[in-house]
Write a protein that binds this ligand. Structure first.
Ligand code: AMP
Ligand code: MG
Length: 269
């Protein structure tokens, strides 16, 4: 499967409405085949992570964004099922605290950037500072308007210093969000996930769509590309994300370090 079609080229204008939120039922050989392939890709991811950790020289930063119910948590659960928890760090960015708000908006983000050898997953990210912040007028337009440049510079810094960055926009339709919000209301085990505020966010769907369009247009770069993932179907979403990550890690080509002793000459008593 060629995943390059999901990548937003640098400087290309991105409009969510022009990109699909789902593929056909026969995608990747159908649901059953795609799930089987996902299991294999997940295992491969586990092996690559082990090498990345052992090598300890480069890091991988994964940014996950999407509307409410787009599947950020589910993607992490499924795609990283076979990865050693010791080598992955997930950071979920919530509403900033008073202390965080007393600083620049990248202050709370930078400290969670992955260390060498680590995979860092941002469940929401610094992009909220040009998304929810813009949609709710939390700062004036001239303040959020200059943040795209900061973000590009910040990501360039991380990349120059040894991080590989991939960003995913989990793209769902408004209809699919309705179904998922209803499912959260119907299933007692999902009640806790329902947040009445999600309904007022849903009313701002078009504003979020515009904000995502601008953010992704301005920040998909060679060193930190955005992938727009059709996410109405979880099996398609997981399958594509897993493949992008395996290909990304394969290109990083982490290697087990050479040792400076001769294992054959050592005898353990
Ligand atoms: P959830 O992802 O459902 O746990 O919700 C986290 C909430 O935190 C979302 O409503 C986000 O919009 C909000 N949030 C995250 N980052 C920021 C930010 N920088 N400013 C304001 N709200 C934020
Ligand atoms: Mg939520």
């Amino acid at each position: 499967m060629d995943v390059s079609k999901y990548r937003v080229a640098p400087n290309a204008a991105f409009a969510p409405g022009a990109w699909p939120t789902r593929e056909g039922d026969d995608f990747a050989g159908g649901k059953k085949a795609a799930r089987k392939e996902l299991a294999e890709l997940a295992g491969r991811l586990g092996e690559l992570q082990a090498r990345l950790y052992a090598e300890g020289r480069q890091s991988l930063l994964i940014v996950l964004q999407g509307m409410d119910t787009a599947g950020k948590d589910g993607t992490i659960r499924h795609v990283f099922r076979a990865v050693n928890p010791q080598g992955v760090r997930v950071t979920s960015f919530k509403k900033p605290t008073a202390l965080e708000l007393a600083h620049d908006y990248l202050w709370r983000v930078h400290r969670h950037a992955p260390a060498r050898g680590e995979i860092g997953i941002f469940n929401r990210s610094h992009y909220e500072d040009v998304l929810v912040v813009r949609v709710h007028d939390l700062v004036p337009p001239e303040v959020w308007g200059r943040r795209y440049d900061h973000i590009n510079a910040f990501e360039k810094l991380l990349s120059d210093e040894g991080a590989t960055i991939v960003k995913f926009f989990l793209h769902i339709s408004k209809d699919e969000q309705k179904k998922r919000l209803e499912a959260r209301l119907e299933n007692p085990k999902k009640h806790w996930k329902f947040n009445p505020a999600d309904l007022s966010e849903r009313k701002r769907w078009d504003d979020y769509t515009a904000a995502y369009g601008d953010a992704i247009t301005k920040t998909s770069t060679e060193h930190a590309p955005w992938y727009v993932i059709p996410a109405d179907r979880k099996w398609q979403r997981n399958r594509i994300v897993a493949q992008v990550l395996v290909e990304t890690l394969e290109a990083m080509n982490p290697r087990f370090p050479r040792v400076d002793f001769d294992p054959e000459a050592i005898h353990v008593e």
